[in-house]
Design a protein around this ligand. Structure first.
Ligand SMILES: [Zn+2]
Length: 218
C-alpha cells in the first residue's frame, strides 16, 4: 500500500541526471536514461520541493584516467584525500552531455549544486567533496528551508547517490533512496560482489531506507 505523502519538510534530490552517465555518454550506465521518465513522474506527482546536482569538471580533472599516465579508467589510485577511482573523461564543463538531461522536467528544481569543479579533488556527494570536509553548502540551504527528510534519485546508485545518502544520514536527515528512479555502475570488488551491493549494505547500516515510486500516495 502506498504510504508516503511528501510534506513541506521533505525534499527530492536529483543526483547527476546528465547524458554523460546515460547510454551514448562518456561514462554510460546501463539503463541510465530510464531514470528520466521515472523522475518526471515523481515531479508531476508528489514532490514540489526539489534540488539537483550536476557533475561539472574542468578539462584534465584529476579524477580522469587520462590525467594519470599509465592508468586506465576504473583503476584506483591514492590521492592526498584517500583512494580515488579513475573515470573516463566525463561531465566537462559547458559540454552538451554535462547539462541536465534535456528531457528532465526542471520546473520544480529550485537549486542546482555543481560539484567536481576543483581540479585536484573529485566530488561524489551532494554535501561534501571526496576529502569529506569541503562542504558544498547544501546542508545549510536545506536547514534554512526546514527540510528534515530527503528522497534521492538519479545516478549512480553506488557512487554519487550513495555518497549523498550516507552524508545526509550522518548529518541527521531521514533519507530514502527511490530505487527504481536510480541506476548503478556496479564495478566488481576484489573481495567479491560489486559496488551496488556494497553500497546498499553500507546505506542500510546507516539507516537509509530503500523505497520505490509505488510507495508514494499520489
Ligand atoms: Zn565526475
Amino acid at each position: 500500500m502506498p504510504s508516503i505523502r511528501p510534506t513541506d519538510t521533505d525534499m527530492l534530490g536529483l543526483i547527476d541526471v546528465q547524458p554523460c552517465f546515460m547510454p551514448g555518454g562518456a561514462l554510460a550506465i546501463a539503463g541510465g536514461d530510464e531514470v528520466v521518465p521515472a523522475i518526471n513522474r515523481l515531479l508531476a506527482g508528489p514532490f514540489v520541493q526539489v534540488f539537483a546536482t550536476q557533475d561539472w569538471h574542468p578539462p584534465g580533472h584529476s579524477s580522469f584516467a587520462s590525467s594519470h599516465p599509465g592508468r586506465a579508467p576504473f583503476d584506483s589510485i591514492a590521492m592526498p584525500y584517500g583512494p580515488q577511482t579513475l573515470w573516463p573523461d566525463h561531465a566537462i564543463q559547458r559540454s552538451a552531455e554535462a547539462e541536465l538531461h534535456p528531457g528532465l522536467d526542471q520546473r520544480r528544481i529550485e537549486l542546482i549544486i555543481r560539484k567536481g569543479f576543483r581540479p585536484a579533488i573529485d566530488s561524489y556527494s551532494a554535501f561534501f567533496e571526496n576529502d569529506r570536509t569541503t562542504a558544498t553548502g547544501l546542508d545549510g540551504w536545506l536547514r534554512a528551508r526546514g527540510i528534515r527528510r530527503l528522497f534521492l534519485a538519479g545516478l549512480a546508485t553506488d557512487y554519487c547517490v550513495a555518497f549523498s545518502a550516507e552524508d545526509a544520514a550522518r548529518l541527521g536527515y531521514h533519507v530514502c533512496v527511490i530505487e527504481d528512479a536510480c541506476r548503478g555502475i556496479g564495478l566488481p570488488l576484489p573481495e567479491g560482489g560489486d559496488t551496488i551491493a556494497a553500497a546498499k549494505a553500507r546505506l542500510a547500516a546507516a539507516g537509509v531506507r530503500f523505497i520505490t515510486a509505488a510507495d508514494f500516495v499520489i
